[in-house]
Design a protein. Structure first.
Length: 425
């Protein structure tokens, strides 16, 4: 059940015994991309910062995803236009371009060995009606955003993907992919070089306001640290200590299988241009080629949480789905199978800001590789007194009705709803 990315990355260090400082300017909760990026950018600005991680660096969603840094909002551009109007929808869309650009800047300026490649993203039409909608979306993206997307119809689909199940594709060359295990540890190293400290097995079990609310004591099993500012970046793994944030996140399991290394000629047939690929269902499939020529195939096989039993059941569902999409992989061995938690909000938008003195950035809805990294930089600017740096600051972040951190009922209802949507849309 171990993540391929975590299994094939060299750890940046052992942070299980680093001394928890008595006091810092900024405490960052969570050792994934949000936390590590916040730690790096905050330390770079000259503040003392400690990153507190309940398990180990990159253990959560940041090390359990598809390794895709792709363009576009989780809700789709046409839905964003209807909901927010042209100016805001275009602005929100462009933030994802900015997020990928930041990753490329970090990789280039620091010569990071993370298998980064801007091979492009493609969205595949599961149904004919989805293909019709995709054509409308492409026209709007080109006209309103200036995005260099292009369409591939069903007759030419094998120029992009070695499968006959899709009705067409929209390709955006701006999308990228990388080895997220290596990237997470690279971010950790960058932060340490700037003076940040990282502390694993340091789950925050309590937060107390002190000094008239001008500071916070964060209690961990490894010691208590006093911080002038606190930034929470725990996404789908947010616990009851940060209940206000937790009640605004439904953690949904996203599951992945990875094959054995494949022959080069088969790889060239499956994904000849090495795009990051996803389809148009709500029970989405997404897939890509890994740096060592495996096929990674993931999705929301079912609306469930991630645990060993659930991961195995979902992995078996995904393996059958992979065989349906790519029949030539029926004899390919599965070397990795795992799950992780995607943090979804009521509106499927990013939410970041401050509540009761504590800052947070969450709700990436499956687009966290690029946006979590980007929001780490943004939050470092926000806590420096520049709230206008946060592009999501004006979005309402409502509590999910009837939700107190136990998502079972919501998952069942959501699964039933989206299953019907996929069937009849």
């Amino acid at each position: 059940m171990r993540s391929y990315w975590l299994d094939t990355a060299t750890p940046s260090g052992d942070y299980t015994e680093t001394e928890v400082p008595k006091e810092v300017d900024v405490a960052v909760v969570g050792g994934g991309f949000t936390g590590l990026s916040t730690g790096y950018h905050t330390a770079k600005s000259g503040r003392s910062v400690a990153v507190l991680e309940a398990r180990t660096v990159n253990w959560g969603a940041s090390g359990r995803n598809g390794g895709m840094a792709t363009t576009g909002l989780a809700i789709g551009f046409r839905d964003a236009l209807k909901r927010y109007g042209e100016q805001r929808a275009v602005s929100y869309f462009k933030e994802y371009n900015n997020a990928i650009d930041l990753i490329e800047q970090l990789v280039t300026e620091n010569a990071l060995d993370v298998d980064y490649a801007r091979a492009g993203k493609m969205n595949l039409a599961w149904k004919e009606s989805h293909w019709e909608g995709m054509q409308k979306t492409a026209e709007l993206l080109k006209r309103l955003v200036g995005q260099s997307v292009h369409l591939v119809d069903r007759a030419n689909i094998r120029s992009e993907v070695g499968s006959d199940v899709y009705h067409g594709a929209m390709v955006d060359p701006s999308g990228a992919g990388m080895h997220v295990g290596k990237f997470g540890h690279a971010l950790a190293r960058l932060g340490i070089e700037q003076g940040a400290t990282i502390h694993e097995h340091a789950e925050v079990t309590d937060v107390r306001k002190v000094a008239g609310g001008a500071a916070f004591d964060l209690v961990t099993p490894r010691g208590t640290v006093r911080a002038g500012k606190v930034v929470v970046g725990t996404s789908g793994y947010t616990g009851r200590v940060f209940g206000w944030v937790q009640r605004r996140i439904i953690p949904v399991g996203s599951f992945i299988v990875v094959t054995e290394p494949l022959p080069q000629e088969l790889v060239d047939e499956l994904l000849p241009n090495r795009r990051m690929a996803s389809d148009s269902k709500n029970f989405i499939y997404y897939f890509r080629i890994t740096p060592d020529n495996r096929l990674l195939f993931g999705g929301r096989a079912r609306f469930a949480l991630s645990d060993p039993s659930s991961d195995r059941k979902s992995g078996e569902i995904l393996e059958k789905a992979m065989h349906y999409v790519f029949p030539k992989l029926r004899d390919a061995r599965i070397d990795y199978m795992w799950g992780g938690l995607v943090d979804i909000s009521m509106d499927q938008m990013v939410h970041a800001g401050e509540h009761d003195g504590i800052y947070y950035s969450t709700n990436y809805s499956g687009h966290g590789v690029q946006m979590a990294t980007y929001m780490g930089k943004v939050m470092s600017e926000v806590i420096d007194g520049r709230p206008e740096a946060n592009p999501w600051r004006d979005l309402r972040n409502p509590w999910i009705p009837g939700y107190f951190g136990q998502p079972w009922l919501h998952l069942r209802l959501g699964g039933a709803y989206y299953g019907l949507q996929d069937r009849f849309s």
